[in-house]
Design a protein around this ligand. Sequence first.
Ligand SMILES: NC(=O)c1ccc[n+]([C@@H]2O[C@H](COP(=O)([O-])OP(=O)(O)OC[C@H]3O[C@@H](n4cnc5c(N)ncnc54)[C@H](O)[C@@H]3O)[C@@H](O)[C@H]2O)c1
Length: 128
Amino acid sequence: MELKAGLSAIVTGGAAGIGRALTIALAQKGIFVTIIDFSQEKGIEAASLAEEEVRKIHAKLKFPAVLFFRCDVSNSNELAAAFRKHVETYGGLDICINCAGISNPLYFYEDLTALNLGGVLLISIWLQ
Ligand SMILES: NC(=O)c1ccc[n+]([C@@H]2O[C@H](COP(=O)([O-])OP(=O)(O)OC[C@H]3O[C@@H](n4cnc5c(N)ncnc54)[C@H](O)[C@@H]3O)[C@@H](O)[C@H]2O)c1
C-alpha cells in the first residue's frame, strides 16, 4: 500500500516508543492520525508534534489533523468511541497499527492478559 497524503490511521500506543515513531512518520506523509493511548501527557505531546507535521502538508484544514484519545485498549466501550470519532472525522480508516502493550517474557500465544491479547482482539473485531 502506498502511503499517500490524505489517508487516515489509528495508532494504539501512539504516545510512546514504536507507536509514537510510527505516528510521526505517518504525519510527515500527510496522513491524519488518531492516537489511542492511556498516557495523557505523552499522548498530548505526540499529538501536538504530529499535528505540526501534518499541517506542513495540509496547510488549511477545516478539521483536526490529529486526534488523541486517552483510552485503555482493553476497554471495548472506550475503543469503540475512539473508532467512531475517527471515522466521523476522516470519513473512513485506511491504516490501523496496534502498538499499545507492555513487554513481558511470554510468547504472544501464552499472553492472555486483557491488554496484550484482549486489546489486539478488540481492535480486530472493530475492524470487521
Ligand atoms: N521495543 C521493542 O523492542 C519491542 C519488541 C517486541 C515487542 N514489543 C512490543 O511492542 C509494543 C510497543 O513497544 P514499545 O517499545 O513501543 O513500548 P512503549 O512502552 O514505549 O509504548 C507502549 C505505549 O502503549 C501504551 N499503552 C500500554 N498499555 C495501554 C493500554 N492498556 N491502553 C492504551 N495504551 C496503552 C503506553 O502508554 C505507551 O505509550 C509493546 O507491546 C511491546 O511489548 C516491543
